[in-house]
Design a protein around this ligand. Sequence first.
Ligand SMILES: *Cc1c(COP(=O)(O)O)cnc(C)c1O
Length: 412
Amino acid sequence: MIHGLENKSVPVHREYLIKLAKKYGTPLYVYDSCKIRKQYLKMKNAFSGIKNLIINYACKANTNLNILKFLQKLGSGLDTVSIQEVELGLKAGFNPRKIIFTPNCVSIQEIKQAVEFGVRINLDNLSILEQFGEYNPDYAIGIRINPHIMAGGNSKISVGHIDSKFGISYYQIPHMKRILKNTGLKIEGFHMHTGSDISDIQAFLLGSQVLFQIAIDFPNLDYIDFGSGFRVPYTKNDVKTDLTSLSSSITEKFEDFCKNYGSQITLIFEPGKFIVSESGYFLVSVNVIKHTISTVFAGVDSGFNHFLRPMFYDAYHCIENISNPNGRFRFYTVVGYICESDTFGLNRKVKEIREGDILCIKNAGAYCFSMSSNYNSRYRPSEVMIFNGKDFLIRKRETMQDLLRNIVDIHI
Ligand SMILES: *Cc1c(COP(=O)(O)O)cnc(C)c1O
């Protein structure tokens, strides 16, 4: 069971991962809870100059209940984007007031459910804002602002620009104020989330200026929520968000704001990827080495059904052959077994790969299992968590029963 902060660390080395692959089979997700804790504390410490700081783990990155419980025990709050994530958070033991629901384009019914659960809510469009104000003006809510900033590593994850479907534009503030006046609805916070994978901290700072300018006109705020977008390295020399310089600028600007505002409100961040990405290892077995005229393919027992990021976002994930540390480097294109092009890595320099070897794909903790599917009628992989020096199965591999569970046979 999970006991707060005590957490014996074990080095997640090659031999250990091979042992896990043998014990649990492949494909297999492995998460190192020590790394999750380290990242959580790194973020908390980076912003320790802020008196009221809340870190809400954005759980769409990885919703395994054990990971949620682990972060809850560490003191984290939770950022959720669907009512199902809200329910998972409550099941994991989060106090409803430590859960924020920041949905986009969901129905007013779903938002009413969130009210029933008692969680905090950030609304991001005027139509729902008006309906909500009519329904329950005493339930204070937050507003997601679109600060109109182009940021993020990829157009699919850049969500704060002018054409984005997210947030209420700051040009719509006069309309928003009219709705608040008409309905008597109270505002408890302002939120922005400009996108994932931001390496340029100027984007954060620009966005924060926009939020401060808006917030200063609203008395009785509880929080300002700067969302996320913290970037983690995917390779040795990859850029990452410079937390130290970001935190010193943000801390200074936030404390200035609080002084002008006249009260010490809370600052919230919602990291997903930053907390869990590097904790994860995805282990696959090599089924086939296939030489074509132009390429050597290594075909593995997985595909974009289990690991979508390389195919969907062109994400680069490091691939290592953990079965052959003394082999010499050769070039491979590592592909999946799905009947479509599903390339994990193009023309990669990897220690010589033989059929039966186990490959380790890194940065597999965020947006990997949580985006998996049953395409090609494949079972989704099992998940293991290393906790207190031991490995625990935290999700069983699926079976045929899982594929058939909701099928209604009409006896044709
Ligand atoms: C996805 C999301 C996050 C987390 O983004 P990361 O890049 O994983 O840190 C935070 N806030 C909201 C509202 C989100 O939708």
